[in-house]
Every structure is written in C-alpha cells, then in structure tokens.
Design a protein around this ligand. Structure first.
Ligand code: SF4
Ligand code: SF4
Ligand code: SF4
Length: 154
C-alpha cells in the first residue's frame, strides 16, 4: 500500500536521502522499531512499509534535504557521510499532462525550487535530469498524476 502511494507505477520504492547501500536498509531497518527517521521528518515524507522499510511518500509534500533523518538514524543507514541524494528519475507523462494536451498548467514548475522544469513553448514541460534533485514537491501537486518518479538503481 505505502509503496503504491510512493510510486504510482510498478517501480521500486524510493529510499530517503543520505542512504547507504540498499542491502543496509534491508539488514538494519526492519529491526529499528522506533524509526526515528519517520518521527523527525518535518515534511512527513518518510513512512515505514509492511516490511519495516523506510519509503518516501511524496503525496502531500517533498524532501527539503534538511538532514534531520540522517542525524536521527541510530544505525548508520542514513548518514551525512553519504550523498544528499534521492536516487530517482523524475519525468512528466505527456499522455496525461494537461499542458502537453493543450490546457494551460504550470503547477509543477511553480513549486520546483531548483528550476528543473522548463517549458518548450506554452505547452511542453520537461524535467531536466541534471538539475532535478528528485525532491518530489512537484509530484503531489499535479492535478492529473502526470509526474512520474522512478527509483534509479545504484
Ligand atoms: S532530509 Fe529532511 S525532509 Fe528529507 S526525508 Fe530526511 S527528514 Fe524528511
Ligand atoms: S502540474 Fe501536471 S498537468 Fe500541470 S504541467 Fe505539470 S505535469 Fe502537466
Ligand atoms: S522533483 Fe525535480 S522537478 Fe520536481 S520539484 Fe523536485 S527538483 Fe523540481
């Protein structure tokens, strides 16, 4: 359920930033019952799934890279020694995007703090992969669920 909330397509769940290897999540997270990373996230974008694994859920907000989850992790799974990075690719699905179908909409662009969404003309928004931080703020605001976020394998 949570995984399907995190990603509306059949892809792997997103892990929080500052994460180590995927194996480390599987090794340490299920036994971390208090899950301080969940508790400290000011944007409430970390949830535990059925397996006790932390997943990012961008339905209502995004990640500010505030570092709180990395500071709170007692097991070194999230650590400031790792990159401040969410390993994911963000794209706009042209078949469902309002703008790509001739309706004026720039909601995703308006919330993007790093200017990763640009429009070609009035109606063709695209995400610049080299600028996007996969923060997820554009995901929940899209009125037609046209923003897709897919985990990158590392
Ligand atoms: S960096 Fe901050 S906002 Fe992002 S997931 Fe961690 S606690 Fe939440
Ligand atoms: S918010 Fe959604 S519908 Fe609007 S331009 Fe962005 S992707 Fe398209
Ligand atoms: S996920 Fe990427 S495109 Fe979307 S708001 Fe964040 S930086 Fe911008």
């Amino acid at each position: 359920m949570l995984a399907s909330l995190a990603l509306r397509s059949k892809t792997l769940p997103l892990r929080p930033p500052y994460g180590g290897a995927e194996e480390l999540f599987h090794q340490e997270c299920p036994s971390c019952v208090d899950a301080p990373c969940v508790a400290v996230c000011e944007e409430a974008v970390i949830q535990k799934d059925e397996q006790g694994m932390p997943v990012l859920v961008f339905k209502n907000s995004g990640c500010t890279f505030c570092q709180a989850c990395a500071h709170a992790c007692p097991k070194g799974v999230l650590s400031l020694e790792n990159e401040a990075k969410i390993s994911a690719q963000v794209r706009i699905e042209t078949a469902t995007c309002l703008a790509w179908n001739g309706v004026v909409c720039a909601t995703c662009k308006d919330v993007c703090a790093v200017g990763a969404i640009t429009f070609f003309g009035l109606y063709r928004p695209v995400v610049a992969g080299d600028v996007c931080t996969a923060c997820g703020f554009c995901y929940g605001v899209c009125p037609v669920d046209a923003v897709r976020i897919q985990r990158r394998e590392v």
